[in-house]
Design a protein around this ligand. Structure first.
Ligand code: AMP
Length: 184
């Protein structure tokens, strides 16, 4: 049973690594970015509201994201564990997640943070070519990460759950370091 939160700036490789670990541990990979992009593509009410924030590189309002995560964590495949990727993104979301998990009788085991230097992040994001990967939006996403997500690390550190991994190495080396850290 693994319940993992994946932290790290945009471009740190957390999506790729989260997919690998989910596969290895046979647990669902829950990416709020993927869920939001699917909602945008389907033009749901949530997607229509979220799009403007995503296009600017801003965080989608907490109430929208929390509702979406709550629904997803209520699905039966999460009983054996899960990997959250891209959530929580700020302190309020981290606290809301803890409260949500408490009502489910669950708690997260580890918060895994991938550390990658900024210059490398920008290069990787520009190479990726997603719709929200133009340079101005990338810079804003990194700023939002520094302002809102980075301070949240202290929350997980104080719970003794934070594990920092060097994300500036080969994909396989990062995977190996992660597997080692969570003992799979
Ligand atoms: P990502 O794929 O994780 O880089 O997310 C892409 C975009 O979706 C972000 O820039 C935000 O606009 C939005 N997003 C994803 N996850 C969250 C979250 N937990 N809270 C608020 N906005 C989010």
């Amino acid at each position: 049973m693994k319940r993992l939160v994946f932290l790290g700036p945009p471009g740190s490789g957390k999506g790729t690594q989260a997919v690998r670990l989910a596969d290895r541990c046979q647990i669902p990979h829950i990416s709020t970015g993927d869920l939001l992009r699917a909602a945008v593509a389907q033009q749901t009410e949530l997607g229509i509201k979220a799009k403007a924030y995503m296009d600017r590189g801003e965080l989608v309002p907490d109430d929208l994201v929390l509702g979406m995560v709550k629904t997803r964590l209520g699905e039966p495949d999460t009983a054996s564990g899960w990997i959250l990727d891209g959530f929580p993104r700020n302190r309020a979301q981290a606290e809301a997640l803890d409260a949500m998990l408490a009502t489910l009788g669950q708690a997260c085991d580890y918060a895994l943070n991938l550390e990658v230097p900024d210059t490398e992040l920008i290069q990787r994001l520009l190479a990726r070519g997603r719709q929200d990967d133009n340079e101005a939006v990338i810079r804003r996403r990194l700023e939002v990460y520094r302002e809102q997500t980075l301070p949240m690390l202290a929350f997980y550190e104080s719970q003794g759950k934070l594990v920092a991994i060097n994300g500036h190495q080969s994909m396989d080396a990062v995977t190996a370091a992660l597997e080692d850290a969570i003992a799979v």
